[in-house]
Ligand binder design. Sequence first.
Ligand SMILES: Cc1cc2nc3c(=O)[nH]c(=O)nc-3n(C[C@H](O)[C@H](O)[C@H](O)COP(=O)(O)OP(=O)(O)OC[C@H]3O[C@@H](n4cnc5c(N)ncnc54)[C@H](O)[C@@H]3O)c2cc1C
Length: 278
Amino acid sequence: METKNPPTIEVVYHDITVRTLEVLRVTRPTPRMVRVTLGGPELEGFIDRSPADHVKVFFPEPGAELPVLPRIADDGDGLEFPTEPPFPTSRDYTTRRFDAEAGELDLDFVLHGNGVASVWAERARPGMKLGLAGPRGSILVPWEFDWYLFAGDETALPAICRMLEDLPQGAPAKVFLLVDDAQEEHPVDTRADAEIVWLHRNGLRHGEGDLLERAVKGVEFLPGQPFIWVAGEAGELKPIRRYLHRELGLDREYTDVDGFWKRGTVNLDHHEPIEEDD
Ligand SMILES: Cc1cc2nc3c(=O)[nH]c(=O)nc-3n(C[C@H](O)[C@H](O)[C@H](O)COP(=O)(O)OP(=O)(O)OC[C@H]3O[C@@H](n4cnc5c(N)ncnc54)[C@H](O)[C@@H]3O)c2cc1C
């Protein structure tokens, strides 16, 4: 299955920046997804290098206009958080679209009922303010793999849609997108030869069920070196990670399985670690 010269994935790190941005527009691509377009003078210099680039979003406390923000450490390397209240409240979000010329940045928020970010997004209106730190780094994937496998839930949709937008003409891709129902399907813009399968929970709660696992396990592998990217609820991904890494023995460098949130856990403030025994 290995090709002789698999493409090299490069990770680049960026100087950390902290910005306060203003909501310019709010739209609803689907009933349970809110797209917030941010702008303002502090957007100048924003870095957008790769489809999975993500930022730390800082939310104002209820009733406050501005978010509490961390400061950039004196050595310029990382963020320093206050040791006394008020503390910043942050969550991770993918850069869905950045247009430097227009001075616009889109973030897509899943509405899942509770949680600081979800509640904020449901109420978002033009003029409201958000803090943003990052992106801290970018994983630069050359689109030179023999084929692609992308899978994930709604939280992974912004990154997967961006990857599909970036893939070259005719690149073979198998894609599984897990959403509540047909109303939650997004238009996907791609030149790739992408086989896109929408999986519907049909009443199951987010993070429940094994639809993604069964879909990934059912994939007939194409010849050559794949690049695989999977993200979603941490528990739902464990059997997928085990299957791809352990059972199939795929190279972890080209097989990224990332827990973006964890059922019952407020603010999974890191990607779910890839543990040997997972
Ligand atoms: C690198 C990265 C990129 C991400 N990009 C995006 C993105 O572009 N868009 C996006 O919507 N999310 C994205 N996420 C996931 C998002 O950060 C989490 O879903 C986050 O927990 C939402 O914060 P919250 O304040 O709404 O809920 P929290 O306060 O963190 O959690 C409250 C409760 O809601 C549950 N919960 C959290 N998220 C969900 C969910 N999606 N569905 C159902 N229940 C949930 C938790 O388990 C908890 O019980 C990303 C995460 C990472 C690590």
